[in-house]
Design a protein around this ligand. Structure first.
Ligand SMILES: Nc1c(NC[C@H](O)[C@H](O)[C@H](O)CO)[nH]c(=O)[nH]c1=O
Ligand SMILES: CC(=O)[C@@H](O)COP(=O)(O)O
Length: 137
């Protein structure tokens, strides 16, 4: 049993609830404990994981970034992914389930546990990285 923290950027609450359900179900089914930490937006997710890194075995980053009218989308989508990738390169087991979509319909399909279930996909990725880290510890 490992300790996982879901760090969710609560920018679109209704979509996040689906992502969390999918991730939590996958982690609990694998026998792990799950806590949830909420941050305002995707840009805060890497920093929150870095702050909690010594307290959990693995992390699932969840959130939704939907393209608007300005370059802000590229910043939020790209920099959150860059920050999460940097954490994984430091050996922290993080699954990235921050959706980056053109519209809400794309996000609903991917967040829904009965459809794309990307929360579970991110949870599976985090569990895989944790297992690899333990194998080469
Ligand atoms: N536009 C979206 C954001 N923007 C907010 C940033 O993530 C951040 O909270 C703000 O710039 C303060 O540092 N966040 C999302 O998660 N999704 C978006 O679509
Ligand atoms: C992440 C985004 O692109 C969006 O939330 C911001 O919208 P806008 O570019 O229209 O300010």
């Amino acid at each position: 049993m490992a300790r996982f923290l879901i760090v969710e950027a609560r920018f679109y609450a209704h979509l996040n609830d689906m992502l969390i359900e999918g991730a939590r179900t996958a982690l609990v089914a694998a026998g792990h404990s799950v806590e949830v930490l909420t941050v305002p937006g995707a840009l805060e997710v890497p920093g929150a994981i870095a702050a909690a890194a010594n307290y959990y075995d693995g992390f699932v980053a969840l959130g939704v970034v939907i393209r608007g009218e300005t370059y802000h989308f590229e910043i939020v989508a790209g920099e959150s992914a860059r920050g999460i990738m940097a954490l994984t390169m430091d050996g922290i087991a993080v699954g990235n389930g921050i959706l980056t979509t053109e519209n809400e319909a794309q996000a609903i399909y991917r967040a829904d546990p009965k459809q794309g279930n990307k929360g579970a996909v991110a949870a599976e990725a985090a569990m895989a990285l944790l297992a690899i880290g333990e194998r080469y510890a």
